[in-house]
Design a protein around this ligand. Structure first.
Ligand SMILES: NC(=O)c1ccc[n+]([C@@H]2O[C@H](COP(=O)([O-])OP(=O)(O)OC[C@H]3O[C@@H](n4cnc5c(N)ncnc54)[C@H](OP(=O)(O)O)[C@@H]3O)[C@@H](O)[C@H]2O)c1
Length: 259
């Protein structure tokens, strides 16, 4: 079966593509720029304009829609672009579209999340058979967030924010299984095995890197802070992934992690 993967060059896409290929799928990978890889059919398209989408979906049985723009173009790319992709997929007779979203899009008041929720609704209201998976933050994304929070010296953040980071490879496994199972017409959730407070995540990260930078606690105000501290980014849904923050740190910086 030929599967189109949008966002194939991203964190999650790089994990999904080899799994699909190893499972016997022919992968067509969408990017805004030309890319070379003899094991994948790269196709150039832009969700923000719709250019290239008709050719991208031509002859594919299913679409894994991972592309997203968390910067200024979220409405154009994630909401309108998802609408363009769904319309093109419908015209091409695509049998299943799997969309990746984020745990908490329905309760954490962030602009990016509002757009992701709207994109979910575009998928669910559209004519193409669908499934949605909401994942929690990827382990490597949490690391990038902490690097950003520490760029001025101390690590700045709200110590009581709760996260449930998940291994992106395990999310990719879940997506491949959802693709094989066929359209569910439902929103599923998938998180990591452990809920961590921000200060616990920072302490473990600093210890792994042998860094002594202090944590500068800055509570996030208002509704956003309350949503983040009360577990808006976490899920009780099982099964969860199996890799935890300590495993990621051990793999990245050495040491034993929990093993
Ligand atoms: N990161 C997390 O922790 C996390 C957690 C839960 C869910 N998610 C969701 O999982 C999905 C993948 O996240 P990620 O972290 O892997 O993303 P990422 O690394 O930021 O990659 C984003 C991808 O979107 C593509 N893209 C951006 N604008 C585009 C446009 N106008 N047209 C076509 N493609 C465009 C990029 O492709 P090119 O640059 O090659 O064009 C890139 O491959 C997203 O939907 C995200 O919301 C992420």
């Amino acid at each position: 079966m030929r599967v189109l993967v949008t966002g194939a060059s991203g964190r999650l896409g790089r994990k999904v593509v080899p799994r699909l290929r190893d499972g016997g799928c022919t992968v067509r990978a969408l990017s805004r720029r030309p890319r070379e890889d003899s094991t994948v059919e790269w196709t150039v398209a832009d969700l923000a304009t719709g250019e290239g989408l008709a050719a991208a979906v031509d002859g594919v049985a299913a679409v894994l829609h991972l592309a997203s723009s968390s910067a200024r173009r979220t409405h154009a790319v994630d909401v309108l672009g998802t609408g363009r992709l769904v319309a093109a997929a419908d015209r091409a007779g695509v049998g299943h579209l799997v969309y990746v979203s984020i745990v908490g899009v329905d309760r954490v008041p962030l602009g990016y999340y509002r757009h992701k929720l709207a994109a979910e609704q575009v998928v669910a209201a559209g004519p193409v058979p669908w499934s949605v998976l909401r994942a929690t933050q990827f382990l490597e994304f949490l690391e990038e967030l902490l690097r950003g929070a520490g760029r001025l010296g101390p690590v700045i953040g709200d110590r009581a924010v709760l996260a449930q980071p998940v291994d992106s490879g395990e999310v990719a496994d879940r997506l491949v299984a959802m693709l094989a199972a066929g359209p569910s017409y439902a929103v599923a959730e998938f998180g990591g095995p452990q809920v961590l407070r921000f200060d616990e995540a920072v302490r473990a990260w600093q210890a792994a890197r042998r860094s002594h930078r202090p944590l500068l606690p800055v509570p996030i105000p208002g509704r956003l802070g309350r949503a983040l501290r009360s577990g808006g980014l976490t899920t009780t849904v099982t099964p969860t992934g199996s890799r935890i923050w300590a495993d990621h740190l051990a793999d990245t910086y050495g040491g034993s992690g929990r093993r």
